[in-house]
Design a binder for this molecule. Sequence first.
Ligand code: SF4
Length: 94
Amino acid sequence: MGAELKENSIGDNQRTMPNYEERFPENEPGEFYVVDSCIGCSRCDELAPFSFRTLEEGGYNYVYHQPSTPEERDAAEEALEECPVEAIGRRGDP
Ligand code: SF4
């Protein structure tokens, strides 16, 4: 009775994982990253303020702290799902 948490748990929308090579250099290395299609809407740092932050001079957001607890990870995952331009990526399980 394990949880059926697979990549399609993201929801009905088919999301394309952003290209890791297009991530901003400010991202802390690790599981989550933001790529250069970010429009700076700040939705991610509203949902997961301990992981995402706005770079004011750049007008975009980046991962300044990788999630370190299940709660933080859930919030980062929600931000990934809610990003309107699919600019948040996650490395790891295929
Ligand atoms: S939610 Fe997406 S578009 Fe909005 S700031 Fe975060 S990464 Fe950028």
